[in-house]
Design a protein around this ligand. Structure first.
Ligand code: ASP
Ligand code: MG
Length: 299
């Protein structure tokens, strides 16, 4: 099963299109996809582009905004499915097999596998749209920005899959934002409790619920195509503190033993995170760097 996100930048463009209803924006979005489809020798996206054009006349409303955003993933998934088929592979497209509540813009997926089962039963490749779901009465919803990863982990849990790979632009989960802390390193393993907390605190622009579905023997690898990346799962992972995230004026330190930092005077954030009144670079020097030597870092 391949869960796809929209082409880079397209979701933001669709939001602009919803706000402005500008023909120019529509054409820009159309041209991006037409060019990619053409380069890959894929046909068949015209009906979707026509549907998007017709949407320019719809009224405003949170459900209409989600409908607009749905085109990003529907177009990219259609292109990927077309490419796999052109390569002679048995691939089928599944649009929004995730059933959600009707909290448009931040919909919660439901434990309802009635549509997802079909994906699972398909023998060949299944190309699935990330980010979007549908209400029980069939309207498109979105699960929140950056939600394709969350869609993938949620579907994996729903279907009992054990291995998820989140292909990102960075080589893995790092000890800090490398733009802020130059020495930040890739973490080879992260306990699921830590990943849940780091995502909630905004690390790496993850959707806040990305790792919530990770239960039992399921593991999630976060990596690009070339790196070994980070494995997230239900295991104890040293060292005690792993990730520093900017938290308002100070920093939040995420780790299985964050409570030790609270004993030293840090503020309690949650069981696995404590806040300290210093910039991320200092917090990283103080709590993460001392373990650099003792760990088998992948890089
Ligand atoms: N395309 C959606 C967004 O831009 C979902 C995602 O990228 O994961 O937020
Ligand atoms: Mg994305």
């Amino acid at each position: 099963m391949v869960v796809v996100s929209a082409v880079k930048g397209v979701t933001d463009m669709l939001i602009e299109l919803y706000k402005t209803r500008s023909e120019g924006f529509y054409e820009a979005i159309r041209d991006i996809h037409v060019r990619i489809a053409k380069e890959l020798g894929v046909s068949g996206i015209e009906p979707l582009l026509k549907e998007l054009k017709e949407a320019l006349d719809l009224p405003e409303g949170p459900d209409v905004l989600d409908y607009y955003m749905s085109f990003g993933e529907r177009l990219s998934a259609a292109i990927l499915n077309g490419l796999l088929r052109r390569m002679g592979l048995d691939s089928r497209l599944f649009v929004a097999p995730l059933i959600t509540d009707d909290d448009f813009g931040n919909a919660q997926p439901l434990e309802d596998d009635s549509l997802a089962r079909e994906v699972d039963e398909h023998e060949g490749y299944a190309v699935v749209t990330g980010f979007i779901g549908r209400t029980r009465d069939g309207r498109f919803t979105t699960v929140g920005r950056g939600g394709s990863d969350y869609t993938a982990t949620f579907l994996a849990k729903l279907l009992g899959y054990r291995r998820v790979i989140l292909v990102t632009e960075s080589p893995g989960i790092m000890t800090a934002n490398p733009q802020e802390v130059l020495e930040a390193k890739i973490l080879p393993i992260v306990a699921v409790e830590e990943a849940v907390e780091a995502a909630k605190l905004g690390a790496k622009n993850f959707h806040p619920r990305t790792f919530e579905p990770v239960t039992g023997g399921m593991t999630v690898e976060v990596r690009n195509y070339w790196s070994k990346g980070t494995v997230v799962g239900n295991f104890y992972a040293p060292p005690p503190y792993k990730i520093v995230v900017r938290c308002g004026e100070g920093s939040c330190v995420v780790g299985l033993e964050a409570e030790e930092i609270v004993k030293l005077g840090g503020d309690y954030v949650s069981r696995y995170a404590a806040k300290v009144p210093m910039p991320p670079k200092w917090a990283h020097d103080l709590f993460i760097k001392p373990y650099f030597e003792k760990m088998l870092w992948t890089s």
